[in-house]
Design a protein around this ligand. Structure first.
Ligand code: F3S
Length: 280
């Protein structure tokens, strides 16, 4: 019999879990098809699981297919003010599952933009969260991927925020460059600690167990990072996507008693539970 210990903060972060729970609850209450604006999460298992429950992703350019009174859920990334208003104008019922942390960035950006500050967002201009935030200052923000995007041409009065998944080092580098050129700077470090906390919990757990199982997509960078952290402390660390992939060497090895589990940000609870059951 093996002892299974699941690392704190494994799997979905607070904002994604909240959005998934909200959309499922909403479908159960309404008893009809629910649409999410874009995939709720980049995990095919989750998307198929939601489709089985009559919850379908729809893209912005497909909105014309919907009828008034259809229900659309805004995912944790949030959207621009313009899209929010468009959905409401179409008569759609809008359920806002924007992560509260992202929502508070949008509100700050709106407030400081209205007070005459030029907005700088440290992040990836193609990321939906960044595009959504930019939509709260009339798409006027300078989106800086790193310090090379900052030059003497930036405004003298700026409000700086970051994408929630930005790296701390990059945030600091960009800020250091802004300081050279701007006179009045309001900076909000809006990096979310969810990823860092998950990594710290996995690191601690991997020091105490005989084997460590990291669950998550093969191409998921945050899952790969978890694997790299864990293998430094526990040489019996494996990376799997689902329960069927657990090697028999781990299941049948009697020297392996305590098994730790951690999971990347897009791994749902039901995959984690299937892994626990298989080991037990
Ligand atoms: Fe998740 Fe919200 Fe942080 S979506 S990563 S808890 S900003």
């Amino acid at each position: 019999m093996k002892n299974v210990i699941v690392g704190d903060k494994s799997g979905f972060c607070f904002g994604v879990k909240r959005a998934v729970d909200l959309v499922i609850k909403c479908q159960q209450e309404k008893g009809k098809r629910i649409y999410t604006l874009g995939p709720l999460i980049h995990n095919n298992d989750v998307i198929n699981y939601l489709k089985e429950r009559d919850i379908y992703p729809i893209e912005i350019h497909e909105l014309d297919r919907l009828n008034a009174e259809d229900v659309v859920v805004i995912r944790s990334h949030g959207v621009s003010l313009e899209i929010l208003e468009k959905l409401k104008k179409m008569g759609l019922e809008v359920i806002d599952a924007t992560c509260p942390y992202v929502g508070s960035i949008q509100k700050r950006v709106e407030e400081y933009f209205n007070r005459g500050y030029n907005i700088i967002i440290v992040g990836d201009k193609n990321h939906p969260e960044v595009q959504g935030i930019n939509g709260w200052c009339e798409n006027s923000a300078l989106v800086a991927k790193d310090e090379t995007d900052i030059s003497s041409s930036i405004s003298k009065k700026v409000c700086v925020v970051s994408q929630t998944t930005e790296k701390e080092k990059n945030w600091q580098n960009v800020l250091n460059s802004i300081i050279k050129y701007s006179k009045e700077i309001v900076a909000f470090n809006t990096i979310c600690s969810a990823t860092e906390v998950r990594q710290k919990c996995a690191e601690e757990l991997s020091k105490k167990v005989d084997a460590m199982i990291v669950i998550g997509g093969r191409h998921s960078s945050n899952t790969t990072k978890l694997y790299e952290i864990c293998i430094k402390n526990c040489h019996n660390t494996i990376h799997i996507e689902k329960a069927e992939e657990i090697p028999t060497e781990i299941l049948e090895n009697e020297d392996i008693v305590n098994v730790g589990i951690t999971a990347g940000a897009s791994t749902p609870d039901w995959i984690i539970e299937a892994v626990i059951n298989k080991i037990k």
